[in-house]
Design a protein around this ligand. Structure first.
Ligand SMILES: C[S@@+](CC[C@H](N)C(=O)[O-])C[C@H]1O[C@@H](n2cnc3c(N)ncnc32)[C@H](O)[C@@H]1O
Length: 206
């Protein structure tokens, strides 16, 4: 068995005692991340009964679970992840690497011309520990998510995306401002303080 490092032991300890982990288990969510979306949605009312949305980097599926609970029969949820995802009733899922043209095309085919009200992206690459590389990989995915959002959102549509503060952050905010009327920052309580992740909510696509 691999030797447990001090930091992985600390992570495990924090995870076991994390109130959001317990709450997720109790409420049947697959990840504590559900509470990040729930909190943002409480404030910003992103998901309505008739919302048609795409969930990028969706596995294990807690954001998709939240989305399907909030939409009604006229809403739709499309989801994509490089990892497999246990089916979520009502979610149309594609497994594949979002960086690959064919995978993006599969998602576009699934949309079948349907424009979206909302794109939510919690996509994050596996962290290698090399901050410079990780940050660059992360923003590359964020740029692809932005390209997808501006191509498939309805005018007036919204885009919620997780980013990591650091190199590239200001440029990314600037990019969002080119296409959206407003960009606001959200740091939900379930997002750990020591994590430099934050969520950007870009509203009203031009
Ligand atoms: C923080 S998790 C998402 C958690 C999810 N929002 C939930 O509530 O269950 C980030 C996801 O991004 C996915 N991801 C990373 N790189 C990807 C890529 N190139 N293409 C598709 N998905 C990717 C990972 O597989 C991972 O499942």
């Amino acid at each position: 068995m691999p030797k447990r490092t001090k930091s992985s032991g600390a992570w495990l300890n924090e995870h076991v005692h994390d109130p959001y982990v317990k709450l997720a288990q109790k409420q049947g969510y697959r990840a504590r991340a559900a509470f990040k979306l729930l909190e943002i949605n409480e404030k910003d009312k992103l998901i309505q009964a008739d919302t048609v949305l795409a969930d990028l980097g969706s596995a294990p599926g807690s954001w998709s679970q939240v989305a399907t609970e909030l939409i009604g029969p006229r809403g739709r949820v499309f989801a994509l992840d490089i990892l497999p995802m246990e089916p979520v009733a009502g979610v149309e899922f594609i497994q594949g690497d979002f960086r690959e043209e064919e995978v993006l095309q599969q998602l576009v085919d699934l949309l079948n011309g349907q424009k979206l009200d909302l794109v939510i992206s919690d996509i994050a690459p596996n962290m290698s520990g090399n901050t410079v590389t990780d940050q660059a990989r992360s923003f590359y995915l964020c740029e692809l998510a932005y390209d997808f959002a501006i191509s498939h959102l309805k005018p007036g549509g919204q885009f919620l995306i997780k980013v990591f503060q650091g190199a590239g952050y200001q440029e990314y905010v600037k990019l969002l401002r080119e296409s959206f009327a407003e960009v606001v920052v959200r740091k939900p309580k379930a997002s750990r303080d020591r994590s430099n992740e934050i969520y950007l909510l870009a509203r009203k696509l031009h």
